[in-house]
Design a protein around this ligand. Structure first.
Ligand code: FAD
Length: 455
C-alpha cells in the first residue's frame, strides 16, 4: 500500500487530539481479514476512547467533508473497514467497557469495542449467555457484530445479532447523538431504527453503545459428530434435520478440503472418518433426547455418527469447526464467500459449488452454518495470486449467481462491504436499491460515513 501525503489534515481546523497520521498507525488500520489490499493508505486514524471523541471527530469530519471509516476489531471479511487515501479511520476498539450487566432484566449495556467472547464470559458469571457467537468471537467486537449483523454457530436456534439487540446509542454523521430502540424485550414505538442500523456496515451512523439481550444459560448440552461419504450427503442430512422440525442450537458442515486443512493445522484425524462432517449441538433439558432424534435422521445419510454430553469433547469438536477458516488460510490466499440459500437447497448449493470449482479449476473449500443455509465457500489460490481478479474472481461470481438462482442471498452474515457491491443490484433490484440510497442520504446527507460500502 502506497503511503500518502497527510499534511492537509493538520491544516483542517479543530482536528481531534487523538488523530494519528504516522505511517505505522495508518498501516495498522488499512484493511480487514477479507484479503482486500487497498492501493493506498488512509490519511489518518482517530483512536476513540469516549463518546465525546466520536462526536468531536464527526463534527470535524462533517465541517471539512472528510470521509470516515468506522472500525471495530478489523476481523471483517467483506472489506467493510478497508480505507484508502482521502479517508480517516475511526477506531472504536478502545471503547471497550461493559457498562451494565443486569441479570434481573437479562440485558447488558456495552460499549462497541468490547470483544464478543468477553461479553459472553461476563454473562456466564450470572448464569446467562450472549447468543451470537461468530467463529471469530475471541477477536471481533460487538460494534462490528452490530454493523455486520453477525451470525455464528448458535444462530441456528437463537438468531443473528439483530435478534439480540434491543437498543443503540448512535452518533450521526453530523455529530448528533441519537438513542434508538429500548431497554425492554418488546416495543413498537416509531420506526425500528435499531434494526435498520444493525447490518448497515458503518454507513448510517457510528455505534457508540448497545443494549443487548442475554439469555439463560442451558443446563445441558449434547453434541453430535457425523461423518459422510461425500458433502452432498452431509448437506442432504442437514436439510432433513430442518424438515424433521428438529431445532439444534448448532449445525455446522465441513467439507473434505476443510477437514484436510484442519487435520494439518491441529493434528486431528477427521478426514480419515469420512470426506464430510456435520457437527450438531442441542441444548436445554431435552438435549439428550433431541440429539438422539437428530442422530436417527442423520443416520439415514451418514457413514457413522456419535453423540456426547462430555463438555470437553464438545469443545474440541467446536474448536475444530472454528479452526476451519484459519486452517485454510495456512494453505494459500483466500476469499471467503458468505452466500445463504433456503435450507432445503443446501445440497443443490454444495453440488453447484463443486461444479463451479471443477469448471473453473479454482480450489473452493466449503464450511457452512448448515442450520441457517449459510455457506462459506472459500476460494483458495496459491500464495501471492489475486483472489479478486482472474479465474478466482470468476468462480466467486459464479457462486453468487448460483445462490441467487437458488432463491438465496449474496451474504448471510459478513455484509456486502466493498467486495460484493457489483452483485447487489442483481439481488435487490433498481427500486429497492434507490430506496436504500435515499435512506442513506437521510442519515448522512454529505455522504461521509464509510462511502462506497454496503449499498
Ligand atoms: C476466522 C474468522 C471467522 C469468522 N467467523 C464469522 C462468523 O462465524 N460469523 C460472522 O458473522 N462473521 C464471522 N467473521 C467475520 C467478522 O469477524 C465479523 O464480520 C465481525 O462482525 C466483524 O467485527 P469487527 O469488530 O472485527 O468489525 P470490523 O471488521 O472492524 O468492521 C466491520 C464493519 O463494521 C463497521 N463497524 C465496526 N464497528 C462499528 C461501529 N462501532 N459503528 C459503526 N460501524 C462499525 C465497519 O465500518 C465495517 O463496515 C469471521 C472472521 C474471521 C477472520
Amino acid at each position: 500500500m502506497a503511503s500518502t501525503d497527510t499534511t492537509h489534515l493538520a491544516a483542517l481546523a479543530g482536528a481531534p487530539p487523538s488523530l494519528r497520521t504516522a505511517t505505522a498507525d495508518r498501516e495498522a488500520v488499512a484493511t480487514d481479514r477479507s484479503g482486500h489490499r487497498p492501493a493506498t493508505l488512509p490519511d489518518g486514524v482517530v483512536r476513540a476512547t469516549s463518546v465525546a471523541d466520536v462526536v468531536d471527530t464527526l463534527r470535524w469530519a462533517s465541517a471539512h467533508r472528510v470521509p470516515v471509516v468506522p472500525r471495530g476489531a478489523g476481523s471483517g471479511l467483506a472489506a467493510g473497514a478497508s480505507a484508502h487515501a482521502g479517508e480517516v479511520v475511526l477506531d472504536l476498539s478502545g471503547m471497550d467497557r461493559i457498562l451494565e450487566l443486569r441479570p434481573a432484566d437479562q440485558v447488558a449495556v456495552t460499549e462497541p469495542g468490547v470483544l464478543t467472547a468477553d461479553l459472553d464470559a461476563a454473562a456466564h458469571e450470572h448464569g446467562l449467555f450472549y447468543a451470537p457467537d461468530p467463529a471469530s468471537a475471541a477477536y471481533c467486537s460487538i460494534g462490528g457484530n452490530i454493523a455486520t449483523n453477525a451470525g455464528g454457530l448458535r444462530c441456528a436456534k437463537y438468531g443473528v445479532t439483530r435478534e439480540s439487540v434491543l437498543g443503540l446509542d448512535l452518533v450521526l454523521a453530523d455529530g448528533r447523538r441519537v438513542r434508538t430502540g429500548r431497554q425492554t424485550v418488546k416495543g413498537v414505538a416509531g420506526y425500528d431504527l435499531t434494526s435498520l442500523v444493525v447490518g448497515s456496515e458503518g454507513t448510517l451512523a457510528v455505534v457508540v453503545g448497545a443494549t443487548v439481550r442475554l439469555r439463560p444459560r442451558p443446563d445441558v448440552t449434547a453434541t453430535l459428530a457425523a461423518h459422510f461419504g461425500d458433502v452432498g450427503a452431509a448437506a442432504a442430512a442437514a436439510s432433513a434435520i430442518t424438515a424433521a422440525r428438529l431445532q439444534p442450537s448448532v449445525l455446522e458442515l465441513l467439507d473434505e478440503a476443510t477437514l484436510v486443512a484442519v487435520d494439518a493445522a491441529r493434528g486431528t484425524t477427521l478426514r480419515a472418518a469420512g470426506s464430510a462432517m456435520l457437527i450438531a449441538q442441542c441444548d436445554g433439558r431435552g438435549a439428550r433426547a433431541d440429539i438422539e432424534a437428530l442422530g436417527e435422521v442423520v443416520g439415514r445419510f451418514a457413514a457413522h455418527w456419535r453423540s456426547t454430553t462430555d463438555p470437553v469433547e464438545a469443545d474440541e469438536l467446536l474448536a475444530a469447526r472454528r479452526a476451519g477458516l484459519p486452517a485454510l488460510e495456512r494453505t494459500g490466499d483466500v476469499f471467503i464467500e458468505d452466500v445463504a440459500v433456503p435450507r432445503s437447497q443446501l445440497a443443490a448449493a454444495v453440488e453447484g459449488i463443486a461444479a463451479i470449482s471443477a469448471r473453473t479449476g479454482v480450489r473452493i473449500a466449503t464450511i457452512a452454518h448448515a442450520g441457517d443455509g449459510n455457506l462459506h465457500p472459500i476460494v483458495v489460490v496459491p500464495r501471492g495470486e489475486s483472489v479478486t481478479e482472474g479465474p478466482a474472481w470468476e468462480a466467486a461470481g459464479a457462486v453468487f449467481t448460483l445462490a441467487l438462482r437458488l432463491g438465496g442471498t449474496l451474504t448471510g452474515e459478513h455484509g456486502v462491504g466493498l467486495l460484493k457491491r457489483a452483485w447487489l443490484r442483481d439481488e435487490l433490484g433498481d427500486d429497492s436499491l434507490a430506496l436504500q440510497r435515499s435512506i442513506k442520504a437521510a442519515f448522512d446527507p454529505l455522504g461521509i460515513l464509510n462511502p462506497g460500502k454496503a449499498i
